[in-house]
Write a protein that binds this ligand. Structure first.
Ligand code: ZN
Length: 272
């Protein structure tokens, strides 16, 4: 059994603030340790369920967060950025299941530290009239490769997004959002125990979870926080502006949609 893990940091127990999540934050290195130990708990669960290969993709910010010194010796990990598939780099049809750890809800939803890829750029992303946060988009990529996402960890709103998108997915709720910058957390030890336990349950139920089926054509709408960001991203010729801060484009291929979305966000962020 081969398991792919995508590990973000905003949904880790104890993480509630920019000082935890950003490279220059005073609490960042401690948050990285908490993230690495939640990943290790998942790896332990996967190994005890019979996994023969576990690959972890570091999926936050610089994508250089997992602590090399303490990551579980039986897993391999992907680090660094940029990567073609970003938070899903390394996924392929060789995997039996994917697990998303430390995830957060989409921009515009409730949920501690909610955002979609870039909190200073993206207001919302819709594909075929459905709101898509990081969970949904990354689950769509896993689905493109025929891999089911069987477990997500994070706050209760992240869990709700996941269940809405993938009925039957297991959720490890390691904290309860109070608002965008506060949460009631499990202790680190309890969070790790819960993640390990839920990993074991989720891997025993792989046959019950269908990979997300992404059938094109895809009508993609991306709304930015303001019109200037749309002006900047508008140099990409694929887009049509449908209101001052929203672009629309169409494609038949989900990976192409994802790559254009990331390109638009990168251009908007860089040029504005
Ligand atoms: Zn993140």
């Amino acid at each position: 059994m081969k398991i792919f893990i995508s590990a973000d940091i905003e949904g880790v127990a104890g993480v509630v603030h920019r000082e935890h999540t950003s490279r220059d934050g005073r609490e960042h290195d401690r948050a990285r340790m908490l993230m690495t130990e939640e990943v290790n708990a998942c790896i332990e669960g996967a190994l005890s369920s019979g996994a023969t290969e576990v690959v972890v993709n570091d999926s936050h910010g610089t994508m250089r967060n997992l602590l090399s010194e303490t990551i579980h010796q039986s897993a391999e990990y992907i680090t660094g950025s940029p990567k073609p598939l970003a938070m899903m780099e390394g996924i392929s049809s060789n995997y039996d299941a994917a697990i998303f750890l430390g995830y957060h809800s989409r921009m515009g939803n409730y949920g501690v530290l909610n955002h979609t890829f870039h909190g200073g750029v993206v207001e919302n992303i819709r594909i075929n009239n459905k709101d898509m946060g990081e969970f949904a988009l990354n689950a769509g990529i896993a689905g493109h490769f025929g891999v089911p996402v069987v477990l997500v960890s994070g706050c209760q709103h992240t869990a709700d997004e996941a269940v809405d998108f993938i009925p039957g997915i297991q959720t490890a709720i390691v904290k309860r959002t109070i608002n965008r910058q506060s949460a009631r957390n499990l202790s680190p030890k309890s969070a790790r125990d819960l993640i390990k336990e839920k990993t074991i349950v989720s891997l025993s139920r792989i046959p019950e979870i269908k990979p997300v089926s992404m059938q094109g054509p895809f009508l993609v709408e991306i709304s930015y926080l303001h019109s200037g960001l749309a002006d900047a991203a508008g140099i990409l010729p694929i887009v049509e502006k449908i209101n001052p801060k929203t672009h629309r484009f169409e494609t038949d291929d989900f990976i192409t949609a994802f790559r254009f979305i990331r390109s638009l966000i990168a251009i908007a962020g860089a040029l504005h």
